[in-house]
Design a protein. Structure first.
Length: 138
């Protein structure tokens, strides 16, 4: 079974929100490329199977935006989970680039000043992974 299909099968059984959707306002080719890059990145950074009930990593595609998040159970209600956003990229079709955001402690999205735009989703993933200024992963 293909790893992307396996991941979707595993994640569809998870109690938190599904990490993907193809309801983006992007063309199909760009959407598929975006999903492939994000699936590969998430597969690489996800915790082992034994820890996923305590912490997991996922992503959402919402219109023209991608949000990478952590998912954890509530301390006093371990049956319910909450998501903490890590990074966000929004595709700007007119300029053919992605705007990069990080979430402040007040839960508002702020443009990532060191590199506010990237041309490809691969560059976005590399930026989040590098996290030179500790804005994304803390």
């Amino acid at each position: 079974m293909d790893s992307v299909v396996q991941r979707r099968k595993i994640l569809s059984d998870q109690p938190f929100s599904k990490p993907y959707s193809i309801a983006m306002s992007l063309d199909l080719l760009l959407t598929l490329d975006t999903i492939e890059v994000l699936e590969n990145y998430i597969d690489k950074i996800r915790p082992s199977e034994e820890l996923r009930d305590q912490i997991d990593i996922g992503y959402k595609l919402d219109n023209q935006s991608i949000i990478i998040f952590e998912s954890r159970p509530y301390f006093h209600q371990p049956d319910e989970r909450f998501e903490s956003a890590v990074a966000k990229a929004t595709f700007v079709k007119a300029q053919d680039h992605w705007k990069v955001f990080w979430q402040r402690s007040n839960l508002k999205w702020q443009i990532y000043a060191p590199q506010p735009f990237v041309k490809t989703i691969d560059q976005f993933v590399a930026l989040v992974e590098q996290d030179e200024y500790y804005c994304f992963w803390g």
